[in-house]
Design a protein around this ligand. Structure first.
Ligand code: ADP
Ligand code: MG
Length: 234
């Protein structure tokens, strides 16, 4: 689905992404782990077309998209629920969802997609006319994911899914994410919480200082000595 080879990205003077290679498969839940400052958000934003690349390639379904703009990437079907959710705080849940359907590919299906988002996240239906500002953290994350789904993505990044949310809310969100993946969407969960991410993903990458230092089936990484010491506190 998405294949990244030897990617280098700078932010200002610092080389933040330093030779990353990874791939994400259709219908799979993958996790991107790493501590604060490892470069996770920068990697996602680079794939989304928000940072120029110094070197390396990104291919989406064998099409070279390395230097595509953010709007081209969105049109090709990559969406993101960004770190911090970045909702429009004074707009209602429904209006926030509608904002996710600005692409032409999504417009004919707005009604249908809103119904689909409501069926995935019933809590949002009852909050439809409430402004985003008044939502709980969990509802805000649901709205951010729902907004991303409004563009009919084939690949969805969720940056810091669990941040600030209770274990119960996370559990519910992960269950819904599994449903979304079963519908054929590739999902990449970006997490500082390695325990959660490894529990709910099929494959994982560990990013440290802009490099992938480990990758493999999540089950296997859970038993990896380095992961246990550095991320699981065991
Ligand atoms: N706007 C920016 N300008 C320059 N450097 C930045 C900027 N944002 C983040 N960085 C640097 O990039 C590195 C990776 O940050 P980030 O991608 O946000 O990591 P993560 O999401 O894993 O916490 C950090 O060292 C950070 O200081
Ligand atoms: Mg981040």
């Amino acid at each position: 689905m998405l294949e990244i080879s030897n990617l280098f990205v700078r932010r200002g003077a610092s080389q933040v992404i330093r030779g990353v290679s990874c791939n994400f498969k259709q219908g799979e839940i993958a996790a991107l782990l790493g501590s604060n400052g490892a470069g996770k958000t920068t990697l996602i934003e680079s794939i989304m077309g928000l940072h120029p690349k110094d070197k390396g390639t990104i291919a989406l379904r064998n099409q070279d998209v390395t230097h595509c703009s953010a709007s081209q990437i969105a049109r090709l079907g990559i969406a993101c629920a960004p770190e911090g959710r970045r909702l429009f705080p004074d707009m209602t849940v429904l209006e926030n969802l509608e904002m996710g359907a600005y692409l032409r590919r999504a417009r004919p299906r707005v009604k249908e997609n809103i119904e689909q988002v409501y069926s995935l996240f019933p809590a949002l239906k009852s909050r439809a006319d409430q402004v985003a500002l008044s939502l709980s953290g969990g509802e805000q994350q649901m709205t951010a994911i729902g907004r991303a789904l409004m563009s009919n993505p084939i690949l969805l990044f969720i940056d810091e899914l669990s941040l600030g949310l209770s274990p119960k809310i996370c559990q519910d969100l992960f269950r819904t994410i599994r449903k979304i993946a079963e519908g054929g969407v590739s999902i990449v969960i970006v997490e500082q919480n390695a325990i959660l991410a490894l529990k709910h993903s099929q494959r994982a990458y560990v990013l440290e200082s802009g490099k992938i230092v480990l990758e493999g089936p999540s089950e296997q990484l859970r038993n990896n000595e380095h992961v246990r010491q550095a991320y699981l506190g065991i």
